[in-house]
Design a protein around this ligand. Structure first.
Ligand code: IPE
Ligand code: IPE
Ligand code: MG
Length: 242
């Protein structure tokens, strides 16, 4: 069961149950966080990458077995080259970091999105990290060059290539980037925007949505706790009467 207990009289520690298997984060607000400090947007992304490490670790520690983070969308290429380059550099550093934690934290990483847009060397590193972590059990999906529309088109094209002339929901699901995991039970978006920005369009059909004004670089363990507590107040009906 889901429950809280006080740990060292400091922070409440939440444990989740099987009704919350997958949490997805739209990590928004890095740029605004940096701007507030008179710093370049790239500084916000650097801090945001640290937050991501901490939040993924924390989610694992409270029993969330699948975490997805939206790191770079198919639309984010529209940003200034300097910013895109800085994010790509952080991505390279993040792959190195993953190797330092994937064994101890039992992380099985998947990069959701079209890897074909990345330079060949980076694409190979992404694929290698997926392969090297494949025997682990806690799923971490990092959405990169990810777009929900692009994902559905990609799935349909795969089905056409298999010779299908008619498809089912199950066929589509099996060909999404997330075929290895359940749909998100909870989608959290930081930084105040009330939209999903092309994230998990198919999989999010029945996700609970949680929006907070907290900017991603400032998002903390206690903010995860608040989102989880809110999730447990919701009644999920999936269209039925309960
Ligand atoms: C999220 O923060 C990170 C990415 C989209 C790559 P933003 O960079 O969108 O930050 P804001 O929304 O401009 O504050
Ligand atoms: C969504 O944030 C994408 C990521 C968090 C990677 P954006 O900042 O790109 O979304 P919009 O432009 O505000 O919709
Ligand atoms: Mg944004």
């Amino acid at each position: 069961m889901f429950g809280f207990k006080k740990k060292n009289n400091k922070q409440s520690e939440i444990k989740v149950d099987e009704s919350l298997r997958h949490v997805a984060f739209i990590m928004d607000g890095n740029g605004r966080w940096a701007k507030k400090r008179g710093m370049p947007r790239e500084y916000g992304h650097k801090k945001g990458a640290e937050t991501m490490k901490n939040i993924v670790r924390y989610c694992g520690s409270i029993g969330i077995n699948c975490v997805t983070v939206y790191a770079f969308s198919t639309e984010n290429w529209k940003r200034p080259e300097k910013e895109v380059n800085a994010i790509m550099e952080l991505l390279g550093q993040y792959i190195d970091y993953l190797y330092t934690v994937m064994d101890k934290d039992d992380i099985q990483v998947h990069f959701l999105g079209d890897k074909g847009r990345f330079p060949a060397e980076l694409k190979e590193r992404l694929e290698k990290a997926e392969k090297d972590s494949a025997s682990h059990h806690k799923i971490l999906n990092v959405a990169l060059n990810y777009g929900g529309r692009d994902e559905i088109v990609h799935a349909v094209n795969r089905l056409i290539a298999q010779g299908k002339t008619e498809v089912t929901e199950h066929d589509i699901e099996e060909n999404l980037y997330t075929a290895h995991c359940p749909p998100p039970d909870l989608i959290v978006r930081t930084a105040g925007e009330i939209r999903t920005s092309n994230f998990l369009m198919w999989q999010g059909a029945y996700s609970e949505l949680y929006f907070t004004d907290v900017l991603w670089p400032e998002f903390s363990e206690s903010d995860v706790d608040l989102a989880v507590k809110e999730f447990y107040k919701r009644t999920r009906r999936f269209g039925a009467v309960v």
